[in-house]
Design a protein around this ligand. Structure first.
Ligand code: ZN
Length: 489
């Protein structure tokens, strides 16, 4: 390229603000071990016409991304997602200029693919052969897909609460999955592997391209506001970072766009330093992508919001789930509740007149609802006019042998997943993740429920018990089995 300068990837610690130029995949702050935030690459120059001449997608902006060679790029066609006018939803919410940046269109259904393509490309550049990751869902699915493409071995530790759809993705892409009782690095990991978290600085680098695309699709002008979920705070920080970088590159004037961060009620406030790991929010299990992401970049996100003259909005899990239906019915986009939370936030913003009604507002819908089976069943339960609950319930005869065995064991006594696995594995080959998978599905159709949490061998265990409906299903399954036996006889 014509624009060569002495450029370094530079990072700043999210916790202590120490700067570093150590640009490798697993780098952390040398002083405190904190996560790193990329500093906008202000020495990069690029022209609008040059960007316009390239095909859409994350790598259209490669001049503004970490340096990798063409042959090192690991891509599945991420980014280049549509910026759609949302007039029907706009009428409901009272905003005439409402736009949706539809990130559900990414290869694995989440905006994280923008980061995963950069991360996997840097991994390939640096000769990384194996990555290790703990996650609550979307990151694992995305990382597994890009690792598959790059030929990188991936091991993923997941929380028992992980959405089945995301777990299926990880398994399908060939990742080795282990269920952890806490989100922490997988134990006994002696083989050489590079640890990756949702706070990885190369993931962040890719995530700033959301901002680049919004600006380019708006004809190189800025909307009045961009509304997005806070989560770890990383995406929001990088959207601001991206605007600063476009400004430094001479593509736009000073950033004027206000950033609005959406959080679940009970999340740590956007203005304080989280000294310890923040408390889990209320409504446990409702919105894993929002509530279980450790908000390591909360300070940086708060700063970005302040610098953009933006603000934070909190919504309840119920409001977020409700808005998935609203978004799908009005604009044909099915988002996961964590993503649709921005729509619930827009309602509040309208009611409290936090933005003027003629504002041009971009809502970023970060991930698809298709893999969030728990949310799907919740929505279906409330949408009585579309489908009755009975239509969704798996008929007892449709329960597979493993599920029937699980119900039978739980009729005897409430148990946690590991014990269930120990009792079940005799006489059949079954993995622990698949036990949690079955439990999650049974929970989704109300046949089992969580009764309590017990500590065993220093770990917290979720105890499952049979519901009344579960007992009825088990009896029906037994009757059906008897009937079959009679027929065969
Ligand atoms: Zn530090």
């Amino acid at each position: 390229m014509t624009y060569i300068s002495i450029e370094m990837e530079r990072f700043e610690c999210a916790a202590c603000s120490t700067k570093t130029e150590e640009a490798y995949l697993a780098a952390r702050c040398r002083k405190c071990g904190g996560a790193l935030i990329p500093i906008p690459l202000v020495d990069r120059r690029v022209k609008r016409s040059e960007l316009e001449s390239l095909p859409p997608g994350v790598w259209r902006y490669r001049e503004l991304l970490p340096r990798v060679e063409e042959h090192q790029i690991v891509t599945l066609g991420e980014g280049g997602t549509p910026l759609l006018a949302a007039p029907r939803l706009g009428v409901e919410l009272g905003f005439g200029g409402l736009l949706i940046k539809d990130e559900t269109r990414n290869p694995t259904g989440s905006f994280i693919d923008r980061g995963a393509t950069v991360l996997a490309s840097v991994a390939k550049r640096d000769g990384v052969r194996r990555v290790l990751c703990t996650t609550t869902g979307n990151l694992g699915a995305s990382l597994a897909a890009y690792s598959a493409k790059a030929g990188i071995d991936t091991r993923i530790g997941i929380h028992p609460n992980t959405d089945p759809g995301k777990l299926y993705q990880m398994i399908a892409y060939g990742a080795k999955v282990e269920v952890l009782s806490h989100l922490r690095p997988a134990p006994n990991e002696r083989e050489e592997a590079t640890a990756v978290t949702a706070a990885n600085h190369y993931l962040l680098e890719g995530e700033k391209t959301t901002a680049f695309e919004i600006i380019q699709d708006e004809g190189w002008s800025q909307p009045d506001a961009i509304v997005l979920p806070v989560g770890t705070g990383g995406h929001l920080t990088m959207v601001w970072n991206g605007l600063l970088q476009l400004s430094a590159a001479g593509i736009i004037q000073k950033p004027t766009c206000r950033l609005v961060g959406v959080q679940l009620e009970g999340s740590p406030p956007l203005t304080e330093v989280p000294e310890k790991r923040p408390r889990r929010s209320r409504g446990a299990g409702a919105l894993t992508e929002l509530e279980e992401s450790d908000p390591v970049f909360l300070n940086a996100a708060a700063r970005a919001i302040r610098d953009s003259r933006g603000f934070g909005v909190k919504v309840s899990a119920k409001e977020a789930i409700g808005s998935t239906g609203e978004l799908a019915r009005t604009e044909g986009i099915f988002a996961e509740p964590a993503a649709a939370s921005v729509i619930a936030a827009m309602r509040k913003i309208g009611e409290e007149e936090l933005l003027s009604k003629d504002s041009r507002v971009v809502c970023i819908i970060t991930g698809t609802g298709l893999k969030d089976t728990k949310a799907i069943s919740r929505i279906a339960r409330t949408a009585k006019h579309i489908v009755t609950r009975e239509q969704l319930v798996i008929k007892p005869v449709q329960l597979g042998a493993t599920k029937v065995s699980i119900l039978r064991l739980l009729r005897g006594e409430p148990l946690f997943g590991y014990l269930l696995w120990k009792k079940l594995k005799e006489g059949r080959s079954i993995s622990i993740p698949s036990i949690y998978q079955h439990l999650s599905e049974l929970e989704g159709i109300d046949l089992v429920r969580r009764s309590s949490i017990a500590r065993a061998k220093g770990r917290e265990r979720v105890i499952y018990e049979l519901t009344r409906k579960g007992l009825a299903a088990l009896e029906a399954a037994s009757r059906a089995a008897e009937g079959e036996k009679l027929l065969l006889d």
